[in-house]
Write a protein that binds this ligand. Sequence first.
Ligand code: ADP
Ligand code: MG
Length: 697
Amino acid sequence: NVFNEEAQRARLPKPIFKALQKTIKQGAQLTDPAIAEAVASAMKDWAIEHGATHYTHLFQPMTGLTAEKHDSFINVGPEGLLMEFSGKMLIKGEPDASSFPSGGLRSTFEARGYTAWDPTSPAFLRETDNGATLCIPTAFCSWSGEALDKKTPLLRSADALAKQALRLVHALGDTGVRWVFPTLGCEQEYFLIDRHFQSLRPDLVASGRTLLGARPPKGQELEDHYFGAISPRVLAFMQDVERELWKLGVPAKTRHNEVAPGQYELAPIFERTTVAVDHNMLTMEVLKDTALKHGFVCLLHEKPFGGVNGSGKHNNWSVATDRGDNLLDPGRNPARNLRFMTVLACIVRAVDLHADLLRTTIAHAGNDHRLGANEAPPAIISIYLGDHLDKIVQAWSDGAGSSEQKGGTTSMSLGTAALPSVPRDATDRNRTSPFAFTGNKFEFRAVGSSQSPATPNIVLNTIAAESFGWFADELAKRKKGGGAADVEAAAASLIQETLRKHRRIIFNGNGYSQEWQQEAERRGLPNLRNAVDAMARYATEKNVALFEAHGVHTRSEVEARSHIMYEGYCKTIAVEAHSLLGIASTAVLPAAMRHQERVAASVSAASAAGVDAAPQQEMLRTLAHRIHALIASIEELREASDKGDHHHGAPRDHALFMRDHVAASVARVREACDALEIVVADDLWPLPKYREMLFIH
Ligand code: ADP
Ligand code: MG
């Protein structure tokens, strides 16, 4: 169901096909309008033959979701109805997009946003029960060309990376490389629960996570779920998901049970980042849609259940060349290693210089429940290299001209002429690191399961581009002659200096430990403990300059995004507050009082019958006490939430208020509810419990 290279070759005139492929594979600009006309016509015929009646420009507004507005191919001609789709309709759409957040980029009198065809991500058909829709991936921008979405800056960042990485590999003597692009494989974690349970949990419906719920008697202590046998009902669901994804061109590859009960993972084969991001967005949709068909609900929230492992999205990132090389592949050929060490040093530098910016890309309310909660990477950004690579880096930065590697099978010489061959080292795993080298790629593990992978990759591409460019500049300054030996010598000394200067960002120990918090502070690494703290570091002058220098964002785009981050945070907390207020005061409190009535009646009856009712009286007192605590916490939340709703301060102040008062009150109400859940009679408890939601499949 994809209008892919094969379909294009079969249906497009040869010159058009060639021009389109050049754009897709090498980023060449599409200048001739005739190309769009021809592509539109072929695309329409293909789509209609496959049952499509409508088309839509798919775009990724700054909400982090996907948006679509459908139009049919129908038009009225002189002879009646006809099916029409022109180059203009392919290239540009004008959705009425005034209610998408723009962070002030688009004033209301210019409410129009435009969608622009992204030829690099193939169009596809989404089949539903009653027909098919042609989906055209697009970018979304304002009339003046400001990006209103996540795709435009992602494409720009890939261009920036390509430009600087090319300069770098050329400077290192690899002049045969013509194009470089970032690659991405997103491991997607999710929960499945029976659909019936969700209908009975207004918190799940409103906010995607349970806002209350006592821990189940059997949690993940037994660790029997991870990689366990997949239940037949879940497997049937997964098979359906995969079939649908393959039809859409998404290379779904791996499936397994995750650590928590009811938790699973899907991983695709990696692709070019710009396509992989679209595919991850599509994957999340397919997971949700398919779950419903199987009587499940798919929960993508970072922390649907308190006290149970949360979900992430491991963002496997690397850089590839048009010749099929992976720049992060250490390889076995020593001659290649100068390039590998250069790229590695550049990334170490990039992450050290921009750890704060990287942290902002994973900053949202949902991820706060997960990061640093002893189950997910800590909020401190650091790099894990694994023992073997770490030794090499140490040796380099210590200035060892050559050293013998003991213990392993490799012996290495670190002189510039014979560089070490670093064997692939994918088995050495440290799950506590937010940014780990895993053999031939970096795995950014702190990304949240529900978020669009666009922002983390925009930043990864941009900071890598900056370091690659810097290295290429330095190299040009330092190499004395033009010979290969001069370049090698200059690169080697530059790698050494870079690693020495930035190695504080490398940490191979336990990221969950208390000692690391102190050690990181000693090293001067930022520890931005929660989303709101992190957001403050996004639109700094340093970052604006970085984005502008690489043409990824304008200043106003950065400021708009900062605004939207705060806004999103405030809205999320407000929804949670309203939802929990409703549940606590209209479901939990009445249930607790009914239970209290029963216990009180039982105490009276026992006393009247002349038996000792003291222990029951004690129960009653405890219960009354917990009910009072709940009432007090509800009042507190109501007040805080009211103030939050009417907050007119700056976005940052508002977010701080929501964090310190509203979110804090939400947590207290939860505590009061959970204390009641474990004492109120089961037949009176109005909500499905964790033990039911997590274990009944
Ligand atoms: P893990 O052991 O981390 O669970 P998986 O095999 O489940 O590993 O997932 C690894 C992911 O990394 C896959 O999506 C895979 O396609 C992706 N990956 C592998 N090589 C690269 C690369 N060069 N660039 C980007 N992603 C890659
Ligand atoms: Mg992983």
